[in-house]
Write a protein that binds this ligand. Structure first.
Ligand code: HEC
Ligand SMILES: [Cu+2]
Length: 326
């Protein structure tokens, strides 16, 4: 019976277990209170007038002239309402930016975990190379940065206890980060209807004390870090044939590229973030680097999402000490 009670508690109001969940809850309750006040006002007036002017009541219905328009009354109710909405908008926007803001060095080292959603599971790869399906192990207090993409349709990564949710899209890298503040197991859902077994696309985030997490890491096989695998793939797919130092083809040097602005042949510049690197491989003609011929072949449908994430991680690692851009 206790279990059933816990379940209800969880569904109605999940516990608060990340560095931002308290702030999200404060905003939520402030909105509930604001809406509650409006409801109370409307129903009080409704009730008072309903009773006062009920059929047969002796209350006077004449005396004051009929009022069709009163400018001050209209300004008086529209401006405060506008101000209230803008207040909640600003509060929500600031909090949203804070949740997505990259962690600063004071936050300590963030762990980069790659996430791939597919019908109907979550696949994770840790920076050490360890893979997991539907379960993500992390250490309490450490910021975790997810780089997420989908292998098929749109999914959404949702951990109610952390108050974080982000769409996971095909052909696109989205990101999400969190710093868990409590040890425990927390539900992970797909929050975007994604086909027949959408409701089965669930998992959990297991938050461990740091020392236990280190033990957990140590017990796992390490098939190779994403960077190491990416370096191998870079040769395997023939990228090094053009981008390598010994190449006779004129192709840009990828060292030092990540996070920098890239001038384009079409004019303008783009920042070489993870999404740009992915696009460069899958849709090379989308952004042609200024001063180069568009000779790079498209690798669309030839490289799996896992391998694209590894190639991206490898190219990213060619830029040392770059602040952890998206
Ligand atoms: C046939 C030669 C060739 C091959 C093979 C090739 N590239 Fe390229 N690549 C180019 C050229 C030329 C450009 C610059 C023109 C452009 O942007 O399309 C380029 C651009 C890029 C860029 C953007 C560089 C910048 O400075 O902004 C990235 C990233 C990249 N390639 C990665 C790869 C990866 C990863 C592979 C292997 C999967 C690969 N390339 C295979 C020739 C090649
Ligand atoms: Cu899904």
């Amino acid at each position: 019976m206790a279990d059933a009670d816990d379940r209800w508690q969880l569904l109605l109001f999940p516990e608060s277990a990340s560095s931002v969940s308290g702030q999200v809850d404060t905003l939520f309750w402030a909105m509930v209170v604001a809406c509650g006040l409006v409801v109370a006002l409307v129903f009080t007036v409704l009730l008072v007038f309903g009773i006062r002017y009920r059929r047969g009541s002796p209350a006077s219905r004449r005396g004051s002239p009929l009022l069709y328009h009163n400018r001050w009354l209209e300004i008086g109710w529209s401006i405060p309402v506008l101000a209230a909405f803008l207040f909640f908008f600003a509060w929500g926007a600031l909090l949203y930016v804070e949740i997505l803001d990259p962690p600063t060095p004071e936050d300590g080292d963030a762990r980069r975990v790659n996430v791939i959603g597919k019908q109907w599971m979550w696949k994770f790869q840790h920076p050490e190379g360890i893979r997991e399906i539907n379960t993500l192990h992390v250490a309490v207090g450490q910021t975790v940065r997810l780089r997420m993409t989908s292998q098929d349709v749109i999914h959404s990564f949702f951990v109610p206890a952390f108050r974080i949710k982000q769409d996971v899209l095909p052909q696109t890298y989205t990101r999400l980060q969190f710093a868990p503040t409590k040890v425990g197991r927390f539900d992970l859902y797909c929050a975007e209807y994604c086909g027949l077994s959408h409701s089965g696309m669930v998992g959990e985030v297991v938050v461990m004390p740091p020392s236990e997490f280190q033990d957990w890491l140590a017990r796992r096989d390490r098939p190779g870090t994403p960077q190491q695998d990416g370096e191998r793939l870079f040769r395997q797919y023939g990228c090094s044939g053009c981008h390598g130092e010994a190449s006779s083809v004129r192709a840009p040097d990828l060292a030092g590229l990540y996070g920098k602005p890239v001038p384009l042949e079409s004019g303008g510049t783009v920042t070489a973030d993870a999404q740009y690197l992915r696009d460069s491989i899958v849709f090379p003609s989308k952004h042609v680097v200024a001063g180069y011929e568009p000779i790079m072949p498209s690798f669309k449908d030839q490289i799996s999402e896992e391998d694209l994430l590894k190639l991206t991680a490898y190219i990213q690692s060619l830029t040392p000490e770059e602040p952890d851009a998206p």
